[in-house]
Design a protein around this ligand. Structure first.
Ligand code: C5P
Length: 395
């Protein structure tokens, strides 16, 4: 049974050099199916059994194989992987690889990346029974498991590739995926009530005509899903969008800025984090016709009035008792304008991006903090959502 921990999670899969390395291909797929993004590092021995190209194709990311390749190391190398990942899985963990990890060596792509990693590690050993039962291997495994960061799954008993029967088979893939799910560690969002606005609003002139914008709601939904994956109870007040809503969210659908305002204000009391990602229409027609306006009755001009600033008002109400994050979509002077908004609306953080990102699947943003610090992030919107929470949630 998957618990959903892997949804939106970033898994560094480290492949050791044993015959079970071929199963890393299917494991990659299973982890992806559970919702994880998988990046792979391989030992030189692993590459004797399965090629980096195979795993690159399956993971959709370059594979880290050589810390001495300047191109790899500067782009996705031994420090990038630990900075990127939520968890490491070593599969198959061979006797040799376990020994080198235990000794703190850094003589290949896998061990150098692991040396810089401080989070959870799941070992999935696979080797011949005699190697598994060797007292040196036992000692190495026990020493690693004495550190609570390390967990183990398998090895299973049964027929081995070399004809022996005994302990040493790589655990069945669903068991590895389940063990990866169980790596969930409590983080700053665990158990928190998070309220998010997402999507556009529609300000109707009549039943069929409205003012709106091309916001897809993708970014807000990705943020909602990533918060949920981190253990938060998430409510999304969502404007009109055809985007698929991820499971496990409490969704309140609204159409206009006024409706969004009312829905947010009603739910503000319980919120510990408020994130305004919606592209709220700043103006609405002063009046709305009950019936469709006939062509020949069309007015020469339409009087517009301001809609309520949901974020500004929520921020004033939440001051000091919740984390408040806004978005700023700008078509020029992105950073300067965003900083102004952060100050005007008294936010903890503002995520600045270009209006061209509205409908795209990926985005590049700058997260500005109240204390003047800033960080640039980019990636597809799911990836970016995780990065944004990791930037703002520790506060
Ligand atoms: O001032 P501006 O509309 O550019 O600020 C953008 C931020 O304010 C976004 O976080 C948006 O969700 C929020 N906002 C709001 N209500 C409005 C206008 C914007 O919550 N009426």
């Amino acid at each position: 049974m998957t618990q959903g921990y892997l949804r939106g999670r970033r898994i560094a899969l480290c492949v050791g050099g044993g015959i079970a390395a071929y199963k890393a291909c299917d494991l990659t797929r299973e982890l992806q199916r559970a919702g994880a993004t998988v990046r792979i590092a391989m030992t030189p021995a692993a590459q004797q059994f399965v090629t980096a190209l195979t795993l690159q194709s399956l993971s959709h990311h370059p594979v880290f194989t050589d810390p001495f390749d300047p191109n790899q190391d500067s782009n996705f190398g031994h420090l990038h992987l630990p900075r990127w990942a939520d968890a490491f899985i070593i599969a198959p963990a061979t006797a040799d690889l376990i020994a080198r990890i235990r000794a703190g060596m850094g003589n290949d792509a896998v061990t150098t990346a692991l040396l810089a990693w401080k989070g959870p590690v799941l070992l999935a050993p696979a080797m011949n029974t005699a190697m598994w039962e060797n007292p040196v291997t036992r000692d190495n495994v026990n020493a690693l498991l004495a550190d609570p960061r390390f967990r183990i799954v398998g090895p299973d008993s049964g027929p081995l590739a070399d004809g022996d029967v005994g302990a040493g088979r790589l655990a069945d893939l669903p068991k590895i995926v389940a063990a990866a799910e169980a790596l969930a560690t409590a983080g700053p969002l665990t158990g928190k009530r998070v309220l998010i606005t997402a999507g556009p609003t529609r300000e109707h002139l009549d039943p069929v005509r409205f003012i709106s914008n091309p916001s897809s709601g993708k970014m807000g939904l990705a943020l909602a899903d990533a918060a949920r994956a981190r253990g938060a109870a998430v409510t999304v007040v969502l404007g009109p969008t055809a985007e698929k809503v991820p499971d496990g969210l409490d969704v309140v659908r609204v159409t206009s800025a006024d409706e969004m305002y009312a829905a947010v204000m009603q739910r503000l009391g319980a919120a510990e984090v408020f994130l305004a990602c919606a592209a709220v229409s700043d103006f609405k027609p002063e009046t709305r016709a009950e019936q469709k306006v006939k062509k020949d009755a069309a007015p020469d001009s339409v009087k517009l009035v301001r809609t309520p600033d949901i974020l500004a008002e929520a921020s004033a109400k939440l001051a000091g008792r919740a984390l408040v994050i806004g978005f700023a979509a700008e078509s020029e002077n992105v950073i300067a304008n965003a900083r102004k908004k952060l100050e005007a609306k008294q936010l903890d953080f503002i995520v600045a991006n270009d209006t061209r990102a509205f409908e795209a699947d990926s985005n590049a943003v700058t997260v500005l903090a109240r204390d003047g610090r800033s960080v640039e992030l980019k990636g597809d919107k799911r990836d970016l959502a995780s990065q944004i929470w990791e930037t703002v949630a520790p506060r």
